[in-house]
Design a protein around this ligand. Sequence first.
Ligand SMILES: NC(=O)c1ccc[n+]([C@@H]2O[C@H](COP(=O)([O-])OP(=O)(O)OC[C@H]3O[C@@H](n4cnc5c(N)ncnc54)[C@H](OP(=O)(O)O)[C@@H]3O)[C@@H](O)[C@H]2O)c1
Length: 315
Amino acid sequence: MEKMKAVVYHKKGSPEKLIYEDVDKPVPAGNEILVKIHAVSLNAADYRSMQLRLIPRNKIFGADISGVVESTGEKVFTFQPGDEVIGSLVDYGFGGLAQYVAVPENALIKKPKEISFAEASTLPVAGITALQALRDKGNISKDDKVLIVGSAGGVGTFTVQLAKHFGAEVTAVCSTKNVEQSFALGADEVLDYTKENFTQKTKRYNIILAVNGSYPLLAYRKALETNGTYVMVGGSYLQLFKSLVFGWLLSFGGKKMKHLMAKELNSDLEILAELTARRIIKPVIERHYPLKKAAEAMNYLKQGHSSGKVVVDVV
Ligand SMILES: NC(=O)c1ccc[n+]([C@@H]2O[C@H](COP(=O)([O-])OP(=O)(O)OC[C@H]3O[C@@H](n4cnc5c(N)ncnc54)[C@H](OP(=O)(O)O)[C@@H]3O)[C@@H](O)[C@H]2O)c1
């Protein structure tokens, strides 16, 4: 059996539990594509799955990949060797922290040439989450006043840019070190949460996206315009729990309290790839790590204060 390098989860491994080692190189089944991975971006889903002991079957994390088609099974007709691709492995068992992965063709779209592999790898989970939160849950329209709480991470940086693309007036909330970044991404106003608290201000919003941070649900509700929509995107487990259990109780008087469970749709990934190719949105990559240092990358992301995305370069 041919071998490849991968970063494998070991229950009793080193403190990180992620070990760079040799494993069997996958062989694509009839309906599968073997992708030579160039870049993988990490998400909260990777470390949260690990914390919850939701370990992928092949024990390899990493969902958002970009790379080149190495070979295809005999039932694959839409891709051929040499095609550059992007994909989310969230619904296909992860496996991105490796030199190769075998996936059904439904997991992939073609990567526009204008986007680098690293940029492409940032789009699936974070970009799709931002898009679906604004468009599908928030029903965003031009001139909406949008508050993005947690504007500086993977999801937040896409959310600011997409909200501006939809023509909204954006208020971003982040810590001091990320204030300039949120302005640079297009935010009209930035609140530094170490100095100001949006819940104590009088401004009201048509849409509030809670991407990170933790405020009482009633405070979010109070900051909504009549007919405004709050969308719980992420944050602590407690915040998620409260939103799921009590959100619907607070949806009255025209105000809506919703939560998002993003779906990895190729149609949305196509939209994001095109917007990126046209430089309407620009992925923010704070750090790159080589594959052998993926455990370090995961530890950094887990601290919860990255400024944009963290990418693991495989090639
Ligand atoms: N609902 C869904 O379908 C879905 C999909 C994907 C992700 N998520 C969730 O969305 C959340 C964000 O994901 P991500 O990938 O963007 O994570 P991330 O990149 O790790 O987010 C880190 C960012 O959060 C900011 N942050 C931390 N504490 C904050 C606070 N108190 N107030 C405001 N900002 C704060 C940090 O900015 P500062 O350093 O400035 O504090 C940092 O830039 C996670 O909870 C994730 O689980 C949900």
